[in-house]
Write a protein that binds this ligand. Structure first.
Ligand code: PDD
Length: 279
């Protein structure tokens, strides 16, 4: 297995960054996860556009030109022989003596890893996955895809310990913001697809954006609005979306079945359409 670190392809086990990298000390970095499906990058343009936005919001320069990053991503996937999996891209502000303020002239650190993955198991697809709900304890710039993921890590660990696949984070007003590494959706009793609008309170998922476009193309009624946990419990279907989970049926929330407790037809239709679109 190979990784990429600042201009070099290295055996994955030998790849390293300096102990004073600001990603390590301040989570002063951003990232993207891009799925490779059948040898093709899913939603690559969207992920590069969001990386550009994240970098801009944190006033960080591109570490290499976007066209070079595309080539590095392809080269790394090829060197690893990955046709179904993910590429992880991380940019930090770089290495500098520890100081909260930005260093004056430090080159960013660019790291890429790549791995094969099977995405979902047959069982997850046949039965759907379960989620728990937890308070959203994150900061108020969740729209930036930073490597500051401690709240999400705690949430996912809690989910795992509860035998669940994901944790949906809930703001103090009772509305679901999003999962720890995915966006959250429901289908109402009337058949309307609902997901929270993009704002500083969620990460605007690239898969989310593609699913919204696909749903509108298919003539499915869509509403971008917050929904509560109670509404999710009463929904006909629930689903989550992310790079790698695509559109994945959520069939239990806090131990209670959603609808009939089986993957819903609209979710499965969206998933198939998404995969046909990228694959
Ligand atoms: N996570 N919301 C959060 C908080 C996320 O971390 C992610 C993605 C998403 C979905 O975004 P997208 O559709 O662009 O993947 C929503 C990635 C997969 C991760 O951290 O591994």
């Amino acid at each position: 297995r190979f990784a990429y670190v600042n201009g070099r392809y290295l055996p994955h086990d030998d790849a390293a960054v300096h102990i004073e990298d600001r990603g390590f000390q301040f989570a002063d970095g951003v990232y993207e996860v891009v799925t490779i499906v059948g040898g093709r990058f899913a939603d690559l343009e969207g992920h590069l556009a969001r990386l550009d936005r994240s970098l801009r919001e944190l006033r960080m320069p591109w570490p290499v030109k976007p066209t070079s990053l595309r080539l590095i991503m392809r080269e790394l996937a090829a060197r690893n022989g990955v046709r179904d999996g993910m590429v992880y891209v991380q940019v930090t502000r770089g290495v500098a003596p520890r100081d909260f303020r930005f260093p004056a002239d430090t080159a960013p650190t660019l790291v890429l890893t790549c791995r094969r993955s099977r995405f979902q198991t047959a069982r997850q697809l046949a039965e759907g996955v379960s989620v728990i709900t937890i308070p959203d304890i994150r900061w108020l710039r969740r729209d930036i895809k930073t490597v500051g993921l401690l709240a999400q890590s705690l949430g996912k660990q809690k989910a795992a310990e509860a035998g669940a696949y994901e944790a949906w984070q809930v703001d103090p007003d009772g509305t679901v913001t999003e999962g720890c590494s995915s966006n959250a959706w429901i289908v109402t009793a009337e058949g309307t697809l609902v997901t929270r609008p993009a704002s500083n309170l969620i990460l605007n998922g690239i898969t989310r954006l593609s699913l919204l476009r696909i749903a509108r193309d298919l003539g499915i009624p869509v509403e971008e609005r917050p929904f509560t946990v109670a509404e999710a419990h009463a929904a006909r279907e629930a689903l989550m979306s992310s790079a790698g989970s695509f559109a994945l049926p959520v069939t239990r929330i806090d131990g209670k079945p959603v609808g009939e407790g089986r993957p819903g037809p609209l979710t499965l239709r969206l998933r198939a359409a998404y995969l046909a679109d990228v694959g």
